[in-house]
Ligand binder design. Structure first.
Ligand code: HEM
Length: 372
């Protein structure tokens, strides 16, 4: 479909759901770098979800928020968490070995990002179980697809989440620790700081934007190596390619396939006019397979360099968690290679994809393995 869109209809109108799509790399990048025409302020979904967080703001509001939170996510700050992330991955694999069976998504790809974010935020270990429940509930609450009878429970979880994190913010102001909540609580820019509400919305955004996306990246990586076993072998012989591998999996099987913008004026692209105040889907997944940009775009090539993929978007909303996601993915793949003598997808296991056009990922990947 992407191939057809890029060739035949680079500016396409989806009548049924009333939105436009841009599918070519150059068009998607140009749009995302023109936020004054392609606005995020009406949300990056088809509806108004995430309405309160920075992802759904334009300059100057977005610029202000981003300046206040950026320090917590610099590559250097994130690199300092490597030993703890490694320990979390090893702990999850210890459980797999003790149990003797391995379903990659449930046993590793889902618990890893939520445990890591709890750790980097500085959540007290005795609240980690609550944190997992809040995280699931807050994500479902934000997605707005929970049945009415479940909604009360979700609201309750959001309240507990807000109570816990606003108390934590106050505590960190009195007694700073080496964690993200301390950096956010202390964040200052020319006398400006985050309000409690902005802080809570940002914590919510971290869960919504960071967990399922990273889960899917890990699943997609395992799946891609199953499809291209020669590339898996190459990585085994050349572990120094691990960083390139992460970028190539992001490009080849992009976890966030699209996000939306809303036009602030009529705009002509390739002789087609997209009207003002219309939703436009930027197809990151298609841009990353554009043969005008990537040689042999439909092949996984872990030596690809340069690899200017847009899996983390581009411009002012470039993914704030990119360094963290990259680190989790690289350490996971390296650890699997080190601790498993043999690892493959169970040919009789029944893999299942998640059912949405927005995200690419897996629901289940049963594995067969032999520990090293
Ligand atoms: C923004 C992808 C992991 C936090 C974005 C955007 C994309 C993206 C495409 C831009 C959305 C838009 O502008 O329409 C991904 C992928 C991930 C990932 C593919 C994993 C493989 C994470 C993680 C975190 C995170 C781990 C946090 C811990 C954010 C935030 C934004 C964002 C806060 C909003 C930035 C802004 O508005 O300035 N991400 N993300 N993401 N991401 Fe990620």
């Amino acid at each position: 479909h992407y191939d057809w869109l890029r060739r035949e209809h680079p500016v396409y109108y989806n009548e049924r759901h009333d939105f436009w799509t841009l599918s070519r790399y150059q068009d998607v990048v140009k749009a995302v770098r023109t936020p004054e025409i392609f606005s995020s302020a009406k949300g990056v979904g088809l509806d108004k979800r995430y309405g309160l967080s920075m992802i759904a703001h334009d300059p100057p509001d977005h610029t202000r928020l981003r300046k206040l939170v950026i320090k917590a996510f610099t590559p250097r700050q994130i690199a300092s968490y490597e030993p703890q992330i490694q320990a979390i991955i090893d702990g999850l694999l210890d459980d797999v070995l003790a149990k003797g069976s391995f379903e990659l998504v449930e046993d590793l790809a889902i618990p890893l990002p939520v445990t890591v974010i709890a750790h980097v935020l500085g959540v007290d270990p005795e609240y980690r179980r609550d944190f997992k429940r809040w995280s699931d509930d807050v994500v479902n609450f934000t997605a707005g697809n929970a049945p009415a009878e479940a909604r009360e429970q979700l609201r309750e979880s959001w309240k507990e989440f807000c109570d816990y994190f606003s108390d934590m913010m106050e505590a960190r102001l009195r007694d700073p620790q080496d964690d993200v909540v301390t950096i956010l609580a202390q964040a200052q820019d020319e006398g400006d700081s985050l309000t409690v509400i902005e802080f809570l919305n940002f914590c919510q955004l971290l869960l919504v934007a960071g967990n399922e996306t990273t889960t899917n990246l890990i699943s997609n990586g395992v799946l891609a190596f199953n499809e291209f076993p020669e590339e898996a072998e190459r990585l085994r012989r050349h572990p120094e390619l691990a960083k390139h591998m992460v970028e190539e999996v992001l490009r080849y099987d992009t976890p966030v396939q699209l996000t939306y913008r809303t036009t602030t004026q009529d705009i002509d692209i390739h002789g087609v006019t997209i009207p003002e105040d219309t939703k436009v889907a930027l197809l990151w997944g298609s841009a990353n397979r554009d043969p005008e940009m990537f040689d042999k775009a439909d092949r996984l090539d872990i030596t690809r360099d340069p690899n200017p993929h847009v899996a983390f978007a581009a411009g002012i909303h470039y993914c704030l968690g990119a360094s963290l996601a990259r680190l989790e993915m690289r350490l996971t793949m390296e650890t699997l290679a080190r601790r498993m003598r043999h690892l493959e997808i169970d040919p009789d296991g029944g893999c299942e994809r998640i059912d949405t056009a927005l995200l690419r990922g897996m629901q289940r990947i049963p594995m067969v393995f032999e520990p090293a």
